[in-house]
Design a protein around this ligand. Structure first.
Ligand code: HEM
Length: 105
């Protein structure tokens, strides 16, 4: 998560399309690696079925984020800043959804 966040924040300063693509690829790898872990709050889920459902939904959201990061890479490769802006907004929506559901306050 920290790597995803750091890579995406770096995009604001990145000058060339190559630099942007490199950062987005780092975020993609970090996103896939996050599938090896489950959110901390899952330890409090005692019901097996509830835990299985939350796990499947967590993986669904991480998967959607990965897809969006691939779309963002494509947008940079195509030099399409408008598309990049649209996809970045969608990624922020997924982040909000994931954090709301899977981070305990
Ligand atoms: C662009 C997308 C995202 C960004 C930039 C982002 C960024 C972050 C950051 C900076 C943290 C705190 C540092 C850390 O614990 O490593 C964090 C924590 C966390 N994020 Fe995200 N996040 C994103 C998407 C998501 C999605 C889609 C999910 C759920 C499917 C998610 C679930 C979590 C959870 C569960 C934590 C707390 C760690 C834990 O409980 O194990 N995030 N995220």
């Amino acid at each position: 998560m920290k790597v995803v966040s750091k890579s995406l924040k770096g995009l604001r300063k990145a000058k060339t399309a190559d630099d942007k693509v490199k950062l987005v690829r780092e975020a993609q790898v970090a996103t896939l690696n996050s599938l090896k872990y489950l959110p901390k709050m899952f330890v409090s889920l005692k019901d097996g079925k509830a835990k299985a459902k939350a796990t499947a939904d967590y993986r669904r959201l991480v998967g959607l984020s990965y897809v969006k990061l691939c779309e963002l890479e494509l947008a940079f490769l195509e030099g399409d800043e408008e598309k990049a802006g649209k996809v970045t907004k969608e990624l922020k929506g997924l982040k909000k959804e994931g954090h709301k559901a899977y981070i305990e306050d």
